[in-house]
Ligand binder design. Structure first.
Ligand code: HEC
Ligand code: HEC
Ligand code: HEC
Ligand code: HEC
Ligand code: HEC
Length: 382
């Protein structure tokens, strides 16, 4: 048995859901998971897309690393084993708990996803089964793959369904309402899911093409691997809208989630927030007031009631108010005396302001995490 396969067994003992029983007794050298670079010789386009996604940086991401250091300081070095189950999953399943192997540092990488053989769709963290017996057998959407000698191929229905993503995008704690990653259950309850739209349909949009440079077939559907989301340039365009009207002497604001197949900000509870602010002006266009109207987010509190705290310290929900997938949110604002114009602005914050300040003080690289205006609208006040 290779060192890695042996470490794999050790990982099963620390509680990662792993198909250890699939390791044949006395198996000869099990193949080892390979770097995305190996795949790129035949799947270059897919590799180019994937490497820009946040899943390719789920381990190296400086914001993740800063929070991981905090988690270890608060809970001890053992905390890392829990985090890597989703942020460096090949390290978890091969027992490389210190994440020293460069392949494991690739985060949510090709040879992790394509060797997942089953998902226990539940709020348990990392509820996947990774096939340690044969990391060279690729699970994918095709029933007639011609991959030649590079790797075996097998059709996997789960890879084509949102349930596959649930293994990391559904994660709940022990307390009431403690849902750290709730994207999967939110999606499941949405009209998008009822209409058959999978996570893949929105986050891996398909187009005709070839799955590999050397493939003979042109297929109707090749799924993109950019995994677009809030961190993608333009990823927040037209995702939400805000409408404003004066009713009964007050400003009525209607906020809609237009494209999300789940609530917004969507995932990453206690990390992200969307704020709604109104700027009032007088007849001369001079700013009279800047009024924070609402914050849409989920924030947790620790055992002492301190809030916000990140998911690993959460003991209860301090507040939860997100923009649901299929219903608008209506908010009201008092119009100040003399106001002639109101402008409502909806802004996406990748990090709660309280965390942002702490990360700035630690000089963590926050490139690409400036708040983004998602929508704005103006209305004249009679
Ligand atoms: C987060 C998990 C995940 C990662 C990481 C990932 N894939 Fe995929 N891949 C999928 C899913 C899911 C599908 C099928 C989508 C569907 O059928 O709805 C797929 C489809 C494919 C296909 C079939 C052709 C196509 O694009 O539809 C190939 C080939 C492939 N992936 C190769 C790769 C390579 C190479 C990498 C790394 C550079 C990679 N994948 C990274 C989940 C992943
Ligand atoms: C069950 C899977 C899972 C586990 C376990 C997990 N995470 Fe996450 N984490 C995620 C997902 C999924 C996201 C992305 C959510 C999103 O983008 O909406 C995320 C996002 C984050 C982010 C935000 C990154 C950014 O750039 O904004 C941080 C920080 C983070 N996790 C830290 C940790 C730490 C530290 C641990 C261990 C104590 C941990 N996570 C355990 C799944 C997990
Ligand atoms: C020597 C070339 C080559 C290399 C290297 C290679 N592949 Fe493939 N792969 C192919 C070909 C060819 C196909 C078949 C495409 C088709 O049938 O349309 C394929 C198909 C696939 C499929 C689809 C399987 C199915 O049944 O749906 C997946 C997933 C996949 N490869 C993942 C990977 C991953 C991950 C790596 C790296 C660990 C990798 N491949 C390395 C050539 C290669
Ligand atoms: C109908 C299309 C649609 C479906 C279905 C859908 N999403 Fe999304 N998702 C979006 C849009 C649009 C955004 C961008 C808005 C945002 O990032 O908040 C988004 C954002 C996200 C984010 C990023 C949030 C962040 O913090 O950066 C994650 C993670 C995510 N989706 C995961 C999933 C998963 C997992 C599923 C299935 C369980 C899914 N989505 C289903 C449209 C969809
Ligand atoms: C092994 C765990 C794992 C699996 C399986 C997984 N993800 Fe993720 N995903 C993560 C983590 C961890 C992050 C956060 C990375 C970070 O921000 O550092 C993330 C982030 C994302 C984002 C955020 C993009 C952005 O710009 O904010 C999207 C979208 C996403 N995942 C979609 C999916 C979809 C769709 C699937 C299923 C096809 C899937 N994920 C499967 C762990 C996973």
């Amino acid at each position: 048995m290779s060192q890695r396969a042996a470490r794999g067994l050790a990982a099963a003992l620390v509680g990662v859901s792993l198909a250890a029983s699939l390791l044949p007794q006395g198996a000869a050298e099990a193949a080892e998971p390979r770097s995305a670079r190996v795949c790129s010789s035949c799947h270059g386009e897919i590799k180019k897309q994937w490497e820009k996604s946040s899943m390719a940086h789920s381990w190296t991401n400086p914001v993740f690393q800063a929070f991981l250091a905090d988690a270890k300081a608060a809970l001890g070095d053992g905390a890392q084993a829990g985090c890597i189950a989703c942020h460096a999953p090949l390290a978890a399943v091969t027992g490389d708990l210190k994440v020293t192997d460069p392949v494991n540092q690739e985060g949510v990488t090709c040879n992790f996803c394509h060797s997942v053989s089953a998902v226990d769709v539940s709020p348990k963290p990392a509820s996947y089964t990774w096939d340690a017996a044969d990391p060279n057998l690729m699970r994918g959407p095709f029933e007639d793959s011609e991959s030649g000698s590079a790797h075996g191929s097998v059709h996997s229905p789960i890879m084509t369904q949102g349930e596959f993503c649930a293994s990391c995008h559904w994660y709940a704690g022990a307390g009431e309402g403690l849902v750290f990653e709730g994207t999967h259950p939110q999606w499941k309850a949405s009209k998008a899911a009822a209409a058959g739209k999978q996570c893949q349909d929105c986050h891996m949009p398909a187009a005709p093409g070839k799955a590999s440079l050397i493939a003979k077939k042109t297929r109707d559907k090749i799924w993109a691997h950019h995994f677009p989301g809030a961190h993608t340039a333009g990823g927040l365009d037209s995702v939400a809208s805000v409408a404003a009207a004066v009713e009964s002497g007050k400003l009525k604001l209607t906020v809609r989630n237009s494209r999300g197949g789940h609530s917004l900000p969507g995932g990453g509870a206690s990390m992200r927030a969307i704020t709604l602010e109104v700027v009032y002006q007088d007849g001369a266009g001079k700013e009279l007031a800047r009024v924070p109207v609402q914050t849409y987010d989920t924030e947790f509190a620790d055992a002492n009631g301190k809030s916000p705290v990140p998911k690993w310290l959460a003991k209860k929900v301090a507040r939860s108010n997100e923009i649901p997938a299929d219903e608008p949110k209506v908010e009201w604002s008092e119009i100040p005396l003399g106001a002639k114009k109101a402008e409502a602005v909806l802004t996406y914050h990748f990090l709660l302001p309280a965390y942002r300040a702490a990360l700035v003080a630690k000089q963590v690289d926050l490139t690409g995490r400036d708040p983004v205006v998602m929508a704005r609208t103006s209305v004249a006040i009679p």
